[in-house]
Write a protein that binds this ligand. Structure first.
Ligand SMILES: *Cc1c(COP(=O)(O)O)cnc(C)c1O
Length: 364
């Protein structure tokens, strides 16, 4: 049976290494913070070639705390792509700031500088760049534009662990970045987890304090913060799995190349960008009659996903935030095919054959 995601296989791959670490945690009864947390933070920062990593409870918290650390004045807005997971917008709203939605490129599915320029206004203080599906582009131009206009660049890297743009890791371009380690992500824990990444000492200190009850030391609280921690056991999982991340990405790229070569060219497939070492968190094709397409694939034993079926401004939660035709178009056409190291050559062949058959059947 072809799986969209195989978490059990991921567990079996690291079982022995992980069991030793978890035994150590139990032996010391040190379930909060401790060596595994700081070691993972150190290794992940170094993997991204950044100065600081602050582990937090999940990716949504990471974004929310990252924004809070920027201390943006009330009444300001932050640009958010209309095509993303809701957390990208929630983190802005939960900081009491306005979401300024931005449409995306129809082929790249992420925002471009032109998209940004069409929505930016005097109250814009930051841009959230979401490297959706592991894809990113124009980060250099966008960063320069942010610097020129004195606004912050925040990266939502929940889907782009290990992606690299122009030789520099995605997540190291922004003033501050947020990662999620939700189990299904390319680097996932066996539960919730997230991290904030920055090379700015002041932001790192602020984010660390916000996540830790606003304290400087044990019972000395400078301001009202909150509690958001990366769990010790999850840190042990991530510390182990980080060593396998590059392998996983390579396997995903091999899947993507296979699809690129073997899925008929009349189907819109992901772009291969020369400047991008792409993690392929998701492999997203665009088809007409998407829902029927998905059902037909399912009847042939091929699982697939939709990321996302409703664009953010079309959700009830974000009603009256404007019209974003490309995001709407994408929400009706995108279909994520299985991708990952768990797929065999036969699986890839089966998926490809089925996709091509269904496409032909519906003269899509
Ligand atoms: C998964 C995801 C998040 C949120 O991460 P959680 O760990 O689930 O809170 C944020 N943004 C994007 C784009 C995501 O895919």
């Amino acid at each position: 049976m072809i799986k969209f995601l195989d978490l059990h296989r991921q567990y079996m791959l690291i079982k022995d290494e992980l069991d030793t670490k978890i035994e150590y945690i139990h032996k010391n009864s040190s379930y909060i913070n401790g060596d595994f947390v700081s070691e993972f933070e150190k290794n992940f920062a170094s993997y991204l070639d950044c100065e600081y990593c602050i582990g937090v409870g999940n990716g949504t918290d990471a974004l929310e705390i990252a924004i809070k650390s920027l201390d943006i004045s009330p009444g300001s807005n932050i640009i958010v792509p209309a095509n993303s997971f809701i957390a990208s917008a929630e983190a802005v709203s939960n900081n009491g700031l306005e979401v300024n939605f931005c449409d995306v490129d129809p082929r790249e599915c992420v925002i471009t500088l032109e998209n940004i320029k069409s929505v930016i206004n005097k109250k814009t203080k930051a841009i959230i760049y979401v490297s959706l599906y592991g894809y990113a582009n124009y980060l250099d131009e966008i960063k320069d534009y942010c610097n020129e206009n004195n606004i912050y660049l925040i990266e939502d890297c929940a889907q782009s662990h290990g992606s690299e743009y122009k030789g520099k890791k995605v997540g190291s371009w922004g003033d501050i970045s947020a990662f999620s380690f939700y189990p299904g992500k390319t680097l996932g824990a066996f539960g919730d987890g997230g991290a904030i990444i920055t090379s700015n000492k002041k932001l790192a200190k602020s984010a660390r304090m916000i996540a830790n009850h606003g304290r400087v030391k044990k019972y000395d609280h400078e301001f009202v913060g909150r509690n958001s921690r990366l769990d010790t056991i999850q840190s042990a999982v991530l510390l182990t799995k980080l060593n396998y991340l590059d392998d996983e990405i390579q396997k995903r790229q091999e899947c993507a190349y296979y699809y690129e070569e073997n899925i008929v060219d009349d189907i819109l497939k992901p772009i291969f960008n020369d400047h991008l070492y792409q993690s392929f968190h998701l492999y997203v094709i665009q088809v007409n009659n998407r829902d029927i397409f998905q059902k037909e694939l399912k009847s042939r034993g091929i699982p697939s996903g939709i990321h996302y079926p409703i664009s953010l401004p079309e959700l009830k939660a974000y009603a009256n935030h404007g019209n974003f035709p490309t995001a709407t178009l994408l929400s009706n056409k995108v279909l994520s095919l299985p991708i990952g190291s768990h797929l065999s050559e036969d699986d890839l062949k089966n998926i490809t054959t089925s996709v091509n058959e269904v496409f032909k059947k519906y003269h899509n």
